[in-house]
Design a protein around this ligand. Structure first.
Ligand code: ACO
Ligand code: OAA
Length: 374
């Protein structure tokens, strides 16, 4: 087998454009949105404030925030035609395929016909995604047609109430809000770059977001939080985790939830979500999952100098909140939508079609032989 040629592969380290939205691995704890450190936002802002920041470049004042949240609350319900489509998607479908179809179908019902409608389109998706995910999930898994409107003030609380039908605790509301903040934006990652490439052809918002969902679905990107959960649940104890992981590394398997394309020693979101995971573990009465997760983190650092990315402790945190594993990556969609849409808007503001070149490594020029002679 030919050795894998890396070098500039994956466009790693190459600048593919400018952005005002985000820095990754550059200053402060390593991640900023429009100049604000993500840890500052996670401590002192809400997800709706972060969405407003990404769409407008500035944090809202109280009146702006109240108006923005009221606007989003009014956009939560799903059209009947979309509910009917969601009812037809089978139980064993991949939830990211459900999100992709939901997004795309909404774009048929309420298309963005002009770029002046871009904020409306982005906000509509932001308000509707929790219901798209949970309407399908509860219909296909529990046979329940949920009411897609709740009295929950925040997007995170709204999602949790749609998922269970119960009013979430303050702790759960807070953790899901922090999680949505942490996942919101990350510069030119694979899914955001997908959205920007699509935007650069002057396509519509729904197409850009649908494409981005497809890119986020893979286990090397957003799908890692689910894959991490599946892995951790096979470990019986911290000691067993180390033995199993040693075997995985020996077999050259990727350990999901570890490593990063940009960060080299730490992902600044990990310390934040890890802290919340520990708090949830105490509330949940967990006696193993959190400790196993910590053992994984220590082992990977000690043996490979690989660190937890944002996904790893999200797995246990979501699990302790009673969220089914298959919905982990769709929650990422509900959050990263803000970054995707902001990048689409930024691309449109100063657009040139994105069209790189390739180094040709195929056969020399040749003639087509008659089919009988091939
Ligand atoms: C929210 C997010 O999307 S964060 C990313 C989520 N994805 C994951 O958690 C999947 C697991 N991680 C990975 O596959 C990778 O670390 C990626 C895809 C995130 C980054 O990929 P790259 O930029 O190619 O990684 P990088 O160049 O740092 O890899 C260096 C070496 O470490 C290895 N490595 C990196 N991550 C891992 C891992 N999780 N498990 C085992 N080995 C790993 C690579 O195979 C490579 O080894 P090699 O030089 O022998 O080929
Ligand atoms: O930036 C990346 O490559 C992956 C990503 O989206 C993130 O870590 O949130």
């Amino acid at each position: 087998m030919v050795d894998k040629k890396l070098g500039g592969a994956g466009l790693r380290g190459q600048s593919a454009g400018e952005t005002k939205l985000c820095t990754v691995g550059k200053s402060g704890t390593g991640l900023t949105y429009c100049g604000y450190d993500v840890s500052d936002l996670a401590d002192n802002a809400t997800f709706e404030e972060v969405a407003f920041l990404l769409f407008n470049g500035e944090l809202p004042n109280q009146a702006q925030l109240d108006a923005y949240k009221a606007e989003l609350r009014q956009m939560r319900d799903l059209p009947q035609a979309l509910k009917e489509v969601l009812q037809r998607i089978p139980k064993d479908a991949h939830p990211m395929d459900v999100m992709r179809t939901g997004c795309s179908f909404l774009g048929n019902l309420e298309p963005e016909t002009d770029f002046s409608e871009q904020n409306r389109a982005a906000n509509r998706l932001l308000a509707a995604f929790p219901a798209i995910m949970t309407y399908w999930y509860r219909y296909s898994h529990q046979g329940i047609e949920i009411d897609c409107v709740t009295d929950e003030d925040s997007i995170g609380g709204h999602f949790l109430k749609l998922l269970t039908g119960n009013t979430p605790s303050e702790l759960h509301r807070r953790v899901i809000d922090v999680s949505l903040i942490l996942y919101a934006e990350h510069e030119f990652n694979a899914s955001t770059f997908t959205a920007r490439v699509c935007a650069s052809t002057l396509s519509d918002m729904f197409s850009c977001i649908t494409g981005a969902i497809g890119s986020l679905r893979g286990p090397l990107h957003g799908g890692a939080n689910e894959a991490a959960m599946d892995m951790i649940q096979t470990f019986k104890s911290p000691e067993d985790a180390k033995i199993q992981m040693a075997g995985m590394l020996e077999r050259k398997e990727k350990i999901m939830g570890f490593g990063h394309a940009v960060y080299r020693t730490t992902d600044p979101r990990n310390v934040i979500i890890k802290r919340w995971s520990e708090k949830l573990a105490q509330e949940f009465g967990d006696t193993s999952l959190y400790d196993i997760s910590v053992a994984c983190e220590e082992y990977m650092w000690d043996t490979k100098k690989l660190f937890c990315n944002a996904d790893f402790f999200h797995a246990s945190a979501y699990h302790f909140m009673g969220i089914p594993t298959k919905l982990f990556t769709p929650i990422f969609v509900c959050s990263r939508l803000t970054g995707w849409a902001a990048h689409v808007m930024e691309q449109r503001d100063n657009n040139r079609i994105i069209r790189p070149s390739a180094d040709y490594i195929g056969p020399e020029p040749r003639k087509v032989a008659p089919i009988a002679k091939r």
